[in-house]
Design a binder for this molecule. Structure first.
Ligand code: MN
Ligand code: MN
Length: 319
């Protein structure tokens, strides 16, 4: 966005009821309604990479619906995320549900197109497969990327049924391809049973540290944020949030739920702690509306997206 223009914000919900108005994220303008864009919220309705429950292809529209209640000022970070940067809803990407390779190529090409226009992406999945092409695109622009990956699961497994590109494998593929800075990656929220005791050892070789969900029981959120920031350092950082990082009580609508997860308050607080890091992109994945109840998962996801946009806004305001 050039200097003279003021961002076009959400529809004024004191004049148009929230349940009316556009179906965009947070009732923001569409990309084609503004002259230029700083941050685009992009839906990728793709769930052909899941190993258990499907349904994340309906995630973007569900998150958008749940985002109608968001308001323009974030007191926790003292920022108006839609006033200091032009945020738009870029709609959904049409990806092939029958061909994972083609879908991944479509996502990477689209992400590179946004990057070429100077637009940062907050991508709404979709299953976690989509993180791989998104990381390829940010790597093409920035070189090796630090990753903070919020998830119950490592997502560094090798293959399922011989398939290397799935929602359980994106960070192994990314590490193998050299997309990641192996000194600056970590998972947050890991818990639950693994296949073997070697899973964690292999994960470490690929470049990841782990903050376990249980660490939220024994440490403070502030101490965990400090540990994460130390690990992520000063270089470019990609934020990937699998909604199953939350306990199923806070996010039942997801594909591979695990007991003993974070509360939404812990996750939002941790995300706010990322202010000041060089965040080059983010995704929010694995929201599966058919398993949701009373919009619990959708509301949590809408707030996660809002906090991520607020962190980007704070960073921009500090530039
Ligand atoms: Mn997961
Ligand atoms: Mn995942």
């Amino acid at each position: 966005m050039s200097g003279a223009e003021r961002p076009v914000g959400p529809v004024d919900s004191t004049r148009i009821p929230r349940y009316a108005g556009p179906a965009t994220f947070a009732q923001l303008p569409r990309a084609d309604q503004v002259p230029s864009t700083d941050v685009a919220v992009l839906g990728v309705p793709f769930d052909s990479g899941v190993s258990y429950r499907p349904g994340a292809r309906f995630g973007p529209s569900h998150i958008r619906t749940a985002s109608k209640l968001l308001r323009p000022y974030n007191p926790a970070l003292d920022v108006s995320p839609f006033a200091v940067q032009q945020v738009v809803d870029a709609g959904d990407l049409a990806v092939n549900p029958f061909d994972i390779g083609e879908a991944v190529a479509t996502i990477e090409a689209a992400a590179r197109g946004f990057a070429a226009d100077g637009v940062k992406l907050l991508t709404l999945g979709g299953d976690h497969t989509i993180a791989l092409p998104l990381l390829r695109a940010v790597h093409a622009e920035h070189g090796p990327i630090g990753v903070v990956h919020f998830d119950a699961h490592l997502d560094t497994w090798d293959t399922y049924f011989g398939e290397p590109t799935t929602h359980g494998t994106p960070f192994r593929r990314a590490s193998e391809e050299g997309l990641l800075d192996p000194a600056r990656c970590l998972h947050v929220g890991i818990r639950g049973p693994l296949y073997t005791s070697d899973d964690l050892a292999q994960d470490g070789v690929l470049g990841f540290q782990v903050i376990r969900a249980d660490d939220y029981e024994t440490g403070t959120v502030a101490s965990l944020v400090a540990k994460a920031r130390h690990r992520l350092g000063d270089g470019p950082v990609y934020v990937s949030v699998d909604i199953d990082v939350l306990d199923p009580a806070h996010a039942p609508g997801t594909g591979t739920p695990e007991a003993g997860g974070l509360t939404s308050r812990e996750l939002l607080h941790t995300l706010r702690g990322l202010v000041g890091l060089d965040i080059v992109g983010a995704d929010l994945v694995e929201v599966s509306p058919p398993y949701d109840h009373a919009e619990i998962t959708g509301i949590a996801a809408a707030h996660v997206a809002y906090e991520l946009l607020s962190v980007l806004a704070r960073n921009r305001a500090a530039d």
